[in-house]
Ligand binder design. Structure first.
Ligand code: ATP
Ligand code: MG
Length: 562
C-alpha cells in the first residue's frame, strides 16, 4: 500500500485570495523601508492551538515565506500560573504539522525578562513609571470608564528614588502577590483606556516553566509584546483586531525606550467559524470537564483535533487562504472548511470499501470454495495503482442497501431486484432470511457471470453498491463524528445557559462491527481513504493498529447540512 499522499499535494488554489497586508509589505520593500521582512507567531502557552490560530500561523508564516522573509515562533509566556510545558510541546508540533518552519530556535518572551526589567527601571528613572499601592478595587474605580476620565492615583507623584527602591523590593520578594504594581505614567484622562497608566509589572510568587524561581514579578502582555518584537527585529507585528486599541500603547513603549528598532503593528479580523468554539479557555473547560476525550478529540476545533479527525495540513492552509485576510468581522461557514478537506481528499485519498452495518449475502449460484482476485483501481483519476479484492460466495453489503419497502427512485437492492456490486458482478436478491423477530439476517442472491465489470448489451442496472468479501474482510471499528455543537453560534444560549448547553449529544457514534476490505488491514495510522458511498475516513492516529483497525469519519462525501 502506498504512502498517504494528501499532505504532499496542496488542494487546488482558489482564485486571487485577498490579503490587505500584501500590498503594505510590498510597498515597504519597494520603498526600501525594509530589505527583508520578519514576522512572528506569538502564542501564550496556556492551551492547545485551535483553528483560529491556524489562521494567524498561515498569515504570519505565509507572508514571511511569500516575501522571502522569516517568521519567529515566540512563546508569550508572561503568565506562569496558566502555562505549561505540555502546551509548548503541542504548539511546536502543531506549527510543524501545518507545514511551517520557524526562524532559528524557538523564542520565549521570558528570555527577555532581564532586558524588560532594565527598561522598566529606565522608565522609572525618566519619571515615566511609578509604583502604585492601590488595591485592584480602588484601581478600577480610579480608572474611570469609557464615558468618564480616570483620576490620578495618589501614588502617581512618588519620587524617582522611592519608586526605584520600591520596585527593587518588589523584585526582591518583600511584598505579597497583588500588594503593589508598577504602572506607566501616561494619561488618566485618555479616551483610550489602555493609556490610563497601564500596569507594567505585577507581583506573582509563581514558579515559571522557563525561568524557574528567578522572578516574583512578571511583566504584563503589553509591556512585553512590542519590546520583544523590537528585540527580535520584527518588521510587521501582525495580530488580531482586539489589539487595535493597544497599538498606541505598543507605540508609546517603543517611543519611550531605547529599543533597537520600531516594528509596526497591523491588525486583522479573527477567524470565527460557526458551530465552533475558538477560545482556549472554553476548549480547556471541555477537556477538564470531560465533555470530550481530550484536547485531540476529533470533535475538538484544536489543530490536534482536526488532525485526528483526518484533516490534512494542506486543507487547513488552503482554507485560511480561501477566506482571505481583512479587517471586517464575520463568521465563516464551516462548509468552507469542509469543502476544503473534501476537495483535497477527493483528489488524493485512495478509494476503498468498508461496510459499516454488515448484512451477509450468500451467492447461491457461485461455486463453493471459488475465489476470484479482482483488481480495483485505488483512484478513479489519479494513478495510485490497484488493490486486490477477493470475490467469493459469501459477502457483506450494508443493511441500508436492501429493503423490502423501497421508496420511489430507490436504486439499491429490493426483493427480486438487481444491483451491481462495485467492481464486480450484478446480483439479484432472491430471498431474505429472517430471525424470529423478523429482522433480516441474511440475503440469498444469485449472480450473473456475464456481468463482471460491465453490463451485457441491452441490460441496464442502475444501482451500484459497495461490498466486501465475508471471510477475507477485516473486522474494524468506525467512529462517526458529527459537529460538537448543534447550534451555529455555540456561545448564544438561553438566559442562564452556557455554551455547554449547545453540545450535540449525538456527536459521536461508535460502530464496532464494521467490515473493511482486506487491503485496509495495512492502513497506517493517519492514512486517509474514501470509503466508497460513505465518506472520507482516516485510520486513527492513536488507537488504530493492524490488530484492531479504527477509522474516523473525517467528512461526509457531500454537504449534508445545507
Ligand atoms: P484565545 O482567545 O483562544 O485564548 P488568544 O488570542 O489568547 O486566543 P494567543 O495564544 O495569544 O491566544 O494567540 C496567538 C496568536 O493567535 C495571537 O496573535 C492571536 O491574535 C492569534 N489568534 C488567536 N485566536 C485567533 C483567531 N480566532 N483568529 C485569528 N487569529 C487568532
Ligand atoms: Mg492572547
Amino acid at each position: 500500500m502506498s504512502k498517504p499522499t494528501a499532505d504532499n499535494h496542496a488542494a487546488k488554489a482558489p482564485v486571487v485570495p485577498s490579503n490587505f497586508l500584501r500590498p503594505i509589505i510590498q510597498a515597504d520593500l519597494d520603498a526600501g523601508k525594509h530589505t527583508a521582512i520578519v514576522t512572528r507567531f506569538p502564542p501564550e502557552p496556556n492551551g492547545y492551538l485551535h483553528i483560529g490560530h491556524a489562521k494567524s500561523i498561515c498569515v504570519n508564516f505565509g507572508l514571511a515565506q511569500e516575501f522571502g522573509g522569516v517568521c519567529n515562533l515566540r512563546f508569550d509566556d508572561t503568565n506562569p500560573a496558566k502555562e505549561d510545558q505540555e502546551y509548548i510541546d503541542a504548539i511546536k508540533s502543531d506549527v510543524q504539522w501545518l507545514g511551517f518552519a520557524w526562524n532559528g530556535e524557538v523564542r520565549y518572551a521570558s528570555a527577555y525578562f532581564d532586558q524588560l526589567h532594565r527598561w522598566a527601571v529606565t522608565l522609572i528613572e525618566a519619571g515615566k513609571a511609578y509604583v502604585c499601592d492601590l488595591t485592584p478595587e480602588q484601581a478600577r474605580e480610579y480608572r474611570g470608564s469609557l464615558t468618564e476620565p480616570g483620576k490620578n492615583s495618589p501614588f502617581r507623584e512618588r519620587s524617582v528614588p522611592e519608586n526605584l527602591d520600591l520596585f527593587a523590593r518588589m523584585k526582591a520578594g518583600e511584598f505579597p502577590d497583588g500588594a503593589r504594581v508598577l504602572r506607566a505614567k501616561i494619561d488618566m484622562a485618555s479616551p483610550n483606556m489602555n493609556l490610563r497608566d497601564p500596569i507594567l509589572y505585577r507581583i506573582r510568587h509563581a514558579h515559571h516553566h522557563q525561568t524557574g524561581d528567578t522572578w516574583c514579578i512578571y511583566p504584563n502582555y503589553d509591556f512585553t509584546h512590542g519590546q520583544s518584537d523590537a528585540i527580535e527585529g520584527v518588521t510587521h507585528s501582525i495580530c488580531t483586531l482586539e489589539f487595535e486599541g493597544h497599538r498606541p500603547l505598543y507605540e508609546w513603549f517603543l517611543d519611550n525606550l531605547p529599543v533597537p528598532c520600531k516594528p509596526r503593528q497591523y491588525e486583522f479580523s479573527r477567524l470565527n467559524l460557526n458551530y465552533t468554539i475558538t477560545s482556549k479557555r472554553k476548549l480547556k473547560q471541555l477537556v477538564d470537564e470531560q465533555h470530550v476525550a481530550g484536547w485531540d478529540d476529533p470533535r475538538m476545533s484544536t489543530l490536534q483535533g482536526f488532525r485526528r479527525r483526518g484533516y490534512t495540513p494542506a486543507s487547513i492552509r488552503n482554507f485560511c487562504e480561501m477566506i482571505g485576510t481583512n479587517r471586517s468581522d464575520g463568521v465563516v461557514d464551516m462548509n468552507m472548511l469542509e469543502f476544503s478537506i473534501r476537495e483535497d481528499l477527493d483528489h488524493n485519498a485512495p478509494r476503498a470499501m468498508c461496510v459499516l452495518r454488515p448484512l451477509k449475502v450468500v451467492i447461491t449460484n457461485y461455486p463453493q470454495g471459488k475465489v476470484e482476485q479482482l483488481q480495483l483501481a485505488r483512484h478513479p483519476k489519479q494513478d495510485l495503482g490497484h488493490r486486490t479484492l477477493p470475490f467469493a460466495r459469501e459477502l457483506y453489503i450494508d443493511q441500508a442497501d436492501y429493503t423490502e419497502a423501497p421508496p420511489k427512485g430507490y436504486k439499491r437492492l429490493e426483493p427480486n431486484g438487481e444491483v451491481r456490486l462495485r467492481g464486480a458482478y450484478v446480483i439479484r436478491a432472491d430471498e431474505a432470511i429472517k430471525d424470529e423477530h423478523g429482522n433480516i439476517v441474511e440475503l440469498r442472491c444469485s449472480y450473473d457471470p456475464d456481468t463482471l465489470g460491465k453490463n451485457p448489451e441491452g441490460r441496464k442496472v442502475k444501482g451500484v453498491i459497495h461490498w466486501v468479501p465475508a471471510e477475507a474482510s477485516v473486522p474494524c471499528e468506525v467512529r462517526l463524528y458529527d459537529r460538537l455543537f448543534r447550534s451555529p453560534n455555540p456561545e448564544k444560549t438561553d438566559e442562564g445557559g452556557t455554551f455547554l448547553d449547545n453540545i450535540n449529544p449525538h456527536s459521536l457514534q461508535v460502530l464496532s462491527g464494521c467490515r473493511a476490505e482486506p487491503s485496509l488491514a495495512q492502513a497506517a495510522p493517519e492514512e486517509r481513504f474514501q470509503f466508497e458511498r460513505e465518506g472520507y475516513f482516516c485510520a486513527d492516529l492513536k488507537d488504530h493498529s493492524a490488530a484492531k483497525p479504527v477509522f474516523n469519519l473525517t467528512v461526509t462525501l457531500r454537504d449534508s447540512w445545507s
